[in-house]
Write a new protein. Structure first.
Length: 340
């Protein structure tokens, strides 16, 4: 499926699903804006990495998965996907601000957080490794007879596709015909390295045939296209059609992290086809279809800002971890307590 044929799939998209995707995009943008402000104010130790410009593909993936059933390994720009999947914003603020009440109990920070028991994996910084990680969990479930229609998913950048871990992982899930969706956010730069210095093929989706998996291309700035194509890919994987590879063309609308101003991105790229904001596109699309009103949008903005502020305030009131009382079992089974 190519970008030219994806618009035909818009009619298959339900109003409820499209609204769920957009709400998650907006909610994540508001939360990340708050986190960015905290970082600039010196309240966050370490880096802050924003999903601005990537929310459409991320939220479309998270909204197509089921918390507690499916496996999702979010990466650096997947706050929208985490939100759509079911992550509590408190998990984000508590982790960024080092609260002992967070999922990592203040022992690990920022984007390295998760709730594995519910299917949300803690992020691995080694690019491409998430493909094999999710595939391994799916294979283990199959061996144990616990697959039960679940789907695994991850979203990586174009830079990750140049790593050995990505190639080995994708080959592994293809050979095993595992029900997994891999999204490649082709944002035109691996940090500051442009795509022409990363790969020689015309489009990354050309690699799908070589691996023997179903491939799709989509405009990552088009929210309705993303919601439709990604939703269909998840459904195909869940129905036993094996791995699905989606390549989304877009541009991250911030630096690699808040420490990076992205000055290496040429102005013609910023102002080009993929430089538009998927959140603004999504809003316009929903308004045009009558699936959203300006009054509703304004209310969501107020509600999400209040939610983010409350989550930050709560995390700031909570204690940091105490090394003298720490049991060192952030995400381990309770049965392992005291065995370290």
């Amino acid at each position: 499926m190519t970008e030219q044929t994806i618009s035909k799939a818009h009619k298959e998209l339900s109003e409820d699903h499209a609204r769920d995707v957009f709400r998650a995009m907006l909610r994540a943008r508001v939360l990340e804006t708050k986190l960015s402000n905290l970082y600039k104010a010196g309240k966050i130790v370490g880096g802050v990495y924003l999903g601005k410009g990537q929310e459409a593909i991320s939220a479309s993936l998270g909204a197509s998965l089921t918390w507690g059933k499916d496996i999702f390994s979010p990466l650096i720009r997947d706050q929208a996907g985490r939100t759509a999947f079911g992550e509590d914003p408190l998990d984000a603020t508590r982790t960024y601000l080092g609260s002992a009440e967070g999922p990592m109990r203040g022992r690990d920070g920022n984007i390295h957080r998760g709730r594995p028991a519910e299917g949300l994996l803690a992020m691995i910084s080694h690019l491409g490794a998430a493909v094999a990680q999710v595939g391994g969990i799916l294979l283990a479930r199959r061996i144990k007879g616990e697959m039960d229609g679940c789907v695994g998913a991850t979203c990586v950048g174009d830079g990750a596709t140049s790593t050995g871990a990505f190639h080995e992982g994708l080959n592994f899930i293809a050979v095993e015909r595992l029900p997994m969706v891999v999204i490649v956010a082709d944002n035109q730069f691996a940090y500051s390295t442009p795509t022409e210095r990363q790969y020689a093929c015309e489009n990354l989706i050309d690699r799908a045939k070589g691996y023997g998996v179903q491939g799709y291309s989509v405009d990552g700035t088009d929210m309705l296209a993303c919601a439709s194509v990604i939703g269909n890919a998840v459904a195909a994987a869940r129905s036993g059609n094996g791995p699905q590879l989606i390549v989304a063309k877009l541009l991250r609308l911030s630096g690699h992290g808040e420490h990076d101003d992205g000055a290496y991105v040429p102005s013609e790229v910023r102002n080009g086809k993929y430089g538009r904001d998927c959140l603004e596109v999504g809003k316009e699309q929903l308004l045009e279809k009558g699936w959203l009103t300006e009054e509703e949008y304004t209310k969501w903005m107020v509600d999400f800002n209040e939610e983010a502020q409350e989550a930050v305030a709560m995390a700031q009131r909570e204690d940091a971890p105490n090394p003298y009382k720490e049991e060192w079992t952030a995400i381990a089974s309770p049965s392992l307590k005291g065995l370290e």
